[in-house]
Design a protein around this ligand. Structure first.
Ligand code: ADP
Ligand code: ZN
Ligand code: ZN
Length: 722
């Protein structure tokens, strides 16, 4: 649509000959309709249209935007005297009428709209963009008749399911008797619902301490009250596992999942089931936080610390944080569960904003694996020693092999080697489009850039000097797999990472092979460190985790600690073997405080020291950050935009008291021939940051139009990776 730069609220003037039906008897009124206008057009609020008097806010309507027919969502009328911009609203005579309404669908609730409004405001996107983006894509394409057909089909399917359920005898699912500690935790969770304004709960429990059982019981109580339950998990990979557990416990109940791997038709069906109040349980990834649920009674966020809860493009929302806000809006309990809570949540618990509930024992009394820090300095220093599998580790692996137990070897880097190198002329396999190396993948003899995706054949000789001896430097999971197979002949070594699981269903079948005992040594990235309930693993080894200790990202140690705790949690899940289970960490820095806390399984000590560091350095959760990123065809375009943005910021009185860092190149400065810069803004309070951003962003939209060569920019509120 035409961008008039006024940040206004117009859908474009009515075109000649465009008239609404003469048969319309009731007079029309001004309606605000949220439509999907890209954020960068500078539109913020819903647009004005004309529509019938009796349209309820929350109704989907077709409208014309520019020349396109798009789906819109009728928003609330502005309160008396409330205006979003300084512009005069268009006179009614210039407004376009709305098209067909999808009124067979119950309107999206007031509370749902408040959630969207909050998220749009907080993450600095337009209401329309966010509201439409979080609806199932297929819903946006339906006309009223098609919708009616869908609803009818759903009715029929539901009736059949109900009939089938009535005919099968009800089985009472088996539930384990709770341990005393679980009972206490459950009582505390259930007590939350008694409050008119429940406090969010942080369920802090070791892996295997029975957190999921608490979710199940709390869900059961909500279902008994006739309410709906929303359960969020960080990764799609983990949804089938959790879904199976819920399905088993709640046989005969309506459970749906919501995540991006569903087909568009499935996603619509599941969303409708939630929206119509028929689905009693909704399980999903971050996008499910926006599921419309009229009788929501409980929200669970499993592994609340997981970075996947943060959306990385478009509206960069944190589903964990929005879940907490939604709980507050709807006055329902929110349970955040983790063995290694995010430091933000931990600090909230320390400060009393969240109610902390602890599970300190593993079910069955199993011990956590003994952590052994293997000091790499003890190895003879020679070329390539950083990538050596140490002899003691190989011995430990061999011992497991002899006993018929499984091991997990964890390395967070896929491919064969991160770079190919010529030691004659120092050529390296640099990506031509990025400031990064192309990773050597041996299996298909390619060099692949993990940033832009470009893939080339491995050259036979050095492209620069012709030396035929170009060699891989360093090690990824593919090489680790090969080295392990060589070092331990007869061992069945398997690898699970993003490369081995591209095909649909391949992850499931590979995991099944591990569960069935067809694998002795599993090599993998963080993909295998999370969540999976492996029963026969007694050794977990992290062969090269040191990188994160010295990262420029202040959250890297927090992520490493939780990943290692989680990886360690894969060992000894079977209590009978727990005593003999071990976690190996090969490190050059065994004295590092992070590893020392890990060795004692002491999250509390780790969190305490990290929080102390953050407080001293004035970092979250003691400060609030926003990051503006810019991409341009040249370094100048990206940098100049941010420099101008900073000048504009300094001219705003609201920037007083904020810390505006100078623009710097991003860690990987060039990706796909795009130069990337970022600029950090730090504020003492959320409110201060929000007020500033609201005033500043319109200026950035205007600057973008003037900055030649700037391709994209975006603001990330509460950024996770810096
Ligand atoms: P977490 O979610 O904290 O990792 P889970 O809830 O998955 O822990 O529990 C670990 C294992 O213990 C699961 O196999 C679960 O079925 C089992 N479990 C949980 N609570 C009990 C209980 N009270 N009695 C017996 N087994 C239990
Ligand atoms: Zn060379
Ligand atoms: Zn690249």
């Amino acid at each position: 649509m035409a961008d008039d730069g006024r940040g206004g609220h117009r859908a474009g003037p009515r075109q000649a000959g465009e008239e609404w039906p003469m048969s319309e008897p009731t007079p029309l009124r001004r309606l605000r309709v949220a439509v999907e206008a890209p954020q960068h057009s500078g539109l913020t609020g819903p647009l004005d249209y004309l529509g019938p008097q009796d349209v309820t806010p929350g109704t989907l309507v077709h409208v014309t935007l520019g020349r396109r027919d798009v789906m819109g969502l009728v928003w609330d009328d502005l309160a008396e005297g409330q205006a979003l911009t300084d512009d005069e609203p268009l006179p009614e005579s210039e407004l376009r009428p709305v098209g067909e309404a999808l009124d067979a669908l119950p309107p999206l609730s007031d509370r749902w709209r408040r959630l969207v409004e909050f998220a749009a405001g907080y993450y600095q996107r337009s209401i329309g963009e966010l509201a439409l983006a979080v609806l199932p894509p297929q819903l946006r394409e339906l006309d009223a008749k098609q919708l009616q057909a869908r609803l009818k089909k759903l009715d029929k399917a539901d009736a059949e399911a109900a009939k089938a359920a009535a005919e099968t005898p009800a089985v009472v699912p088996e539930r384990p008797a709770l341990t005393a500690q679980q009972q206490q935790a459950l009582d505390a969770v259930l007590a939350l619902a008694d409050s008119a304004t429940p406090q969010p709960a942080l369920l802090w429990g070791l892996t295997g301490s029975g957190k999921t059982e608490i979710y199940l019981r709390a869900a059961e109580a909500a279902l008994e009250r006739g309410q709906q339950v929303l359960v969020l998990v960080p990764e799609i990979n983990l949804t089938p596992q959790l879904e199976a557990r819920f399905a088993e416990r709640f046989a005969g109940h309506a459970i749906v999942s919501l995540h991006s791997a569903l087909t568009p038709a499935q996603r619509l069906r599941h969303w409708l089931a939630a929206h119509l109040g028929r689905a009693q349980l909704v399980l999903g990834t971050r996008l499910a936080v926006f599921a419309s649920m009229p009788r929501l009674g409980l929200i669970v966020v499993d592994e609340e610390h997981d970075p996947s809860y943060k959306q990385q493009d478009g509206a960069r929302y944190s589903a964990r944080d929005l879940a907490v806000y939604r709980g507050h809006l709807e006055k329902v309990p929110v349970v955040l569960g983790s063995a290694t809570p995010s430091l933000e949540s931990w600090q909230h618990a320390l400060g009393g904003r969240y109610r902390r509930i602890d599970l300190t024992e593993r079910i069955g009394g199993g011990a956590l694996p003994r952590v052994r820090l293997f000091d790499m300095n003890r190895l003879e220093r020679k070329k390539g020693v950083t990538t050596t599998l140490s002899v003691p580790l190989l011995d430990a692996l061999r011992k497991r092999l002899d006993r018929g137990e499984q091991s997990l070897v964890f390395l967070n880097r896929r491919g064969y080697a991160p770079v190919l190198h010529c030691d004659q002329c120092n050529w390296k396999s640099d990506c031509p489009h990025c400031s990064a190396h192309q990773v050597f993948h041996k299996e298909d003899r390619t060099l692949r850039c993990h940033h832009c995706g470009v893939s080339t054949r491995v050259p036979r000789a050095c492209p620069s000097c012709g030396n035929p001896d170009i060699a891989p430097l360093g090690r990824g999971t593919e090489r680790l797999e090969e080295q392990l197979a060589q070092a331990l002949p007869g061992a069945r070594v398997a690898r699970i990472d993003a490369d081995t699981t591209k095909l649909k269903g391949s992850l499931e079948s590979q995991l099944a092979a591990v569960h069935e005992g067809e694998v002795d040594i599993l090599v993998g990235t963080q993909m295998v460190a999370k969540g999976h309930d492996f029963r026969r693993i007694t050794l977990v080894a992290a062969v090269n985790p040191d990188g994160a200790l010295f990262s420029s990202d202040f959250r890297a140690p927090e992520r490493l600690f939780s990943l290692l705790m989680q990886a360690g949690g894969r060992a000894g899940r079977d209590a009978a073997q727990a005593a003999a289970s071990e976690m190996w960490v090969q490190t050059w820095y065994p004295e590092h405080a992070l590893y020392q806390s890990l060795q004692k399984h002491d999250y509390e000590a780790f969190a305490g020291s990290q929080l102390h560091e953050r407080m001293t350095a004035n970092l979250p959760p003691f400060a609030h950050l926003a990051l503006v990123r810019a991409e341009g065809r040249t370094v100048e375009a990206a940098r100049d935009f941010l420099v101008a943005a900073q000048e504009a910021a300094l001219a705003l009185p609201l920037s007083l008291g904020l810390l505006l860092y100078p623009p710097v190149p991003m860690a990987v400065a060039r990706v796909a021939d795009s130069e990337r810069f970022q600029m950090l803004i730090e504020a003492g309070s959320r409110a201060q940051l929000q007020r500033f951003l609201r005033a500043w962003l319109p200026e950035l939209h205007a600057l973008k139009r003037r900055q030649k060569g700037l391709t994209r920019w975006a603001v990330d509120v509460d950024p996770l990776a810096i």
